[in-house]
Design a protein around this ligand. Structure first.
Ligand code: AMP
Length: 280
């Protein structure tokens, strides 16, 4: 595995691979590699001959009060886990390498990204789309591998790629969960044991909603009421939103269309912002 820190070297390396006819899959991460990321890397290996993983905590996608300075950084362990997982190139650019002082160009998607998380995190998706488009331009992958965990991010990136004719295939990997049902996430480690127990209500409410949809319930109001009831029993879970949306547009829907409707939850548990979702 090769470790690369500069944009120029990454561009040269990927251009040479493409010239040699190799297909490339890109996995974009903020580092702190966990089981969710490893599932993306496995999918990437199945999809292309060369796997590139970026380990870059992206300051642009954090709001002013969202604690970017405290985002965990475990670079050495991340590199070791990538090597073990069969990654070919890891990209570890410094912040100034990605955003030099003169940086002044941003990519914004203006419909899907305004919904759900876009309401409480108004600059988040602009940061995501800008860094993603930069990384795609640097690597020029055939395939971009993303996690269903961030379903809105996937919907936004699919739209950006289509609107800007970028010609990259997006592969979406199912959510990886710990044994207690909690979706793997960098910040889970900061939950207290009792907080973690309360957080389980989120995945439990998703399972309940899936059961309701499977038994024929089509009213999204009824499902949202049940989910809200389950979450409300945990005093420390503070709901940011519970919504049932079309999985492509992220627009709220009144009726469940099986396989198309996505139940989306965002909630605070103490100081940790948790998101989760399930297809109904
Ligand atoms: P992050 O490092 O949190 O920005 O995530 C990088 C990529 O990993 C994104 O495409 C996420 O959707 C994906 N990811 C994070 N957690 C999970 C998970 N529990 N299951 C599946 N994919 C995940």
């Amino acid at each position: 595995m090769k470790k690369i820190e500069t944009v120029a070297e990454m561009q040269r390396g990927c251009a040479a691979l493409r010239a040699a006819g190799r297909t490339i899959a890109l996995v974009v991460t903020g580092g702190s590699i966990h089981e969710g990321h490893l599932a993306l890397i496995r999918a990437a290996r199945e999809k292309a001959e060369v796997v590139v993983v970026s380990l870059f905590p992206n300051p642009l996608q954090f709001g002013a009060s969202e604690g970017f300075a405290h985002y965990p950084r475990t670079t050495e362990a991340d590199v070791a886990r990538c090597e073990e997982a069969g990654v070919d190139l890891v990209f570890l650019p410094a912040q100034e390498e990605m955003y030099p002082r003169t940086f002044s160009t941003f990519v914004t998607e203006e419909t899907i990204s305004k919904r759900l998380c876009g309401i409480s995190r108004p600059t988040h998706f602009r940061g995501v789309t800008t860094v993603m488009v930069k990384l795609i331009n640097i690597v020029r992958p055939d395939v971009l591998v993303m996690g269903q965990k961030d379903a809105q991010q996937v919907a936004v990136m699919r739209k950006v790629i289509a609107d800007l004719n970028m010609g990259v295939e997006v592969v979406k990997v199912p959510i990886v969960r710990d044994a207690d049902g909690l979706a793997c996430h960098v910040r889970n480690a900061t939950l207290t044991p009792s907080g973690r127990k309360e957080a389980q209500a989120i995945s439990q409410s998703l399972v309940r909603a899936q059961e309701m949809a499977a038994s024929g319930v089509r009213s999204t109001d009824r499902i949202i009421a049940e989910v809200t009831h389950i979450l409300a029993q945990q005093r420390r879970v503070r709901v940011i939103y519970v919504a049932i949306v079309d999985r492509t547009t992220m627009e709220t829907v009144r009726e469940v269309v099986p396989g198309e409707a996505l139940l989306m939850i965002a909630a605070w548990l103490d100081e940790v912002r948790l998101t989760d979702n399930a297809l109904l």
